[in-house]
Design a protein around this ligand. Structure first.
Ligand code: PLP
Length: 452
């Protein structure tokens, strides 16, 4: 950073400050983690300086032999770790991975049969009229995924995202009584809507999914099953999720980020069966340009780490710690969506404390606890203020926190929330953003968290 400071001191200072902030607070954001030193070091190299559009052995640039090795090793680790037939390491992020997967599915299911009917090899050979017909067919396709307020991700067909604009879309929610995924309701929606793509996966659902059931639903309606395991990839890698809870043997296409519970660099991966592999392999030029070679290298290092016994222990601890955190809240009278957890996420309903998610998030931050507000099913406060706080255990488990620590975190968080009041708005009703914390509580909790 001394070298950086000579060029732009503000960047060196912000980077140093970020280290202090990340180490000096309790990071409970479910999508964040702490990558290892080998992963961090691999990200900052001259591999970044090389262009390598194309795929391994088929590049549009000369001199890609080292990037070929990097991409090959990353894909090999992904295949062997997850037991997938094919892996693609180029997507720069989770959104890129999903976009690559969507277009690969459209290429495989819509474009390839159209080309075969016309006796053509690629779309460049189509007449203007044939091309317009194909484009119309792309626009007619349907997708179903989990709704945002039930815990789905915006790339699963949410209208403001490209996924909701490129597909006709419907979403499935969770059972209003239990908060759990209702497979019969998913099947009924699939029968009625007949999607080309059934997306399973989540960002804020605190439970495991039975992917064998999702496969049955997809098969019944002829849909491609795509699983976005961005959040729980670390639990799949660490063999906490096995059998019906492991998406890889059941899905046609599996996408993930590499930086959440998997504890790698920021980035994405797509895995697929042999059948879908040739289409995914054309991620460039389908939706990607030049791959980030340094990031693929860092993914390879992280995936190698995830193949160790140490990582398996870590993954089990992540799940055990989430249970301890959930128990810690329940025994102190707090309400959790679905009544608990069996993955790495705890979704706390803060309405019982008389607060919005926004107020709770801010009051906790003042006390050194970093979380994010999140909608809960049928949230009366909408997606901005929300009624929930999403918590995750991957990051603090990486710092060595155990079950007792997580119980203590629940105790401290409840202390903050019980001592926080909404500030009354000019309408005379409780406001949704402003709040006050009883004197001394934030400081007391901050020093208690420093001791953990
Ligand atoms: N998919 C899921 C399930 C996610 O939770 C996220 C990120 O939060 C993404 C995709 C997008 O990942 P990225 O932020 O790397 O684009």
């Amino acid at each position: 950073l001394d070298e950086v400071a000579k060029v732009e001191p503000r960047i060196a200072d912000a980077t140093r400050a970020e280290l202090t902030d990340q180490r000096g607070s309790l990071k409970l954001i479910a999508s964040e983690n702490y990558a290892s030193l080998p992963v961090l070091a691999t990200m900052g190299t001259w591999l970044s300086d090389k262009y390598a559009e194309g795929t391994v052995g088929h590049r549009f640039y000369a001199g890609c032999q080292n990037v070929d090795t990097v991409e090959d090793v990353a894909a090999e680790h992904a295949r062997e770790l997850f037991g997938s037939e094919y892996a693609y390491a180029q997507p720069h992020s989770g959104i890129d991975a999903n976009l690559t997967a969507f277009w690969a599915i459209l290429a495989h299911r819509i474009e390839q049969p159209e080309l075969a009917d016309l006796g053509l090899k690629n779309v460049n050979q189509m007449t203007e009229e044939q091309w317009e017909t194909l484009r119309r067919k792309f626009g007619e396709q349907r997708l179903i995924g989990m709704s945002l307020d039930a815990g789905g991700h915006l790339t699963h067909g949410f209208r403001p995202n490209i996924s909701g604009k490129m597909f006709h879309q419907r979403s499935y929610g969770t059972d209003p009584e239990t908060g759990l995924l209702d497979y019969d309701a998913v099947a009924a929606l699939a029968r009625e809507f007949k999607p080309l793509v059934l997306v399973a996966g989540y960002s804020a659902y605190p439970r495991r999914i039975n992917f064998a059931k999702m496969r049955e639903i997809a098969d019944e309606v002829g849909a491609t099953l795509m699983v976005d395991m961005a959040h729980f990839a670390g639990l799949v890698a660490g063999k906490v999720f096995t059998g019906d809870e492991d998406p890889v043997p059941h899905a046609d296409v599996v996408t993930t980020t590499t930086h959440k519970s998997l504890r790698g660099p920021r980035g994405g991966l797509v895995m697929a069966t042999e059948e879908y592999a040739p289409s995914v392999d054309r991620g460039c030029p389908l939706v990607l340009g030049g791959p980030l070679s340094h990031m693929m290298a860092a993914k390879a290092v992280a995936l190698a780490e995830a193949r160790t016994e140490t990582f398996r222990t870590y993954a089990q601890n992540v799940a055990d710690n989430a249970k301890a955190l959930a128990e810690g809240f329940l025994k102190r009278g707090a309400r959790l969506v679905t009544g608990g957890t069996d993955n790495h996420i705890v979704l706390l309903d803060v309405s019982g404390f008389g607060l919005t998610g926004r107020q709770a998030e801010s009051a906790l931050l003042d006390s050194g606890v970093v979380t994010n507000r999140n909608s809960i099913p049928n949230d009366p406060n909408g997606a901005w203020y929300t009624s929930g706080i999403r918590l995750g255990t991957p990051a603090l488990t990486s710092r060595g926190f155990g079950a007792d620590d997580f119980d203590r975190i629940a105790e401290l968080m409840v202390e903050v929330l019980q001592n926080t009041e909404p500030v009354t708005a000019s309408t005379g009703k409780p406001g949704k953003a402003k709040y006050t914390i009883a004197d001394g509580v934030a400081d007391r909790v901050q020093s208690a968290t420093d001791e953990l």
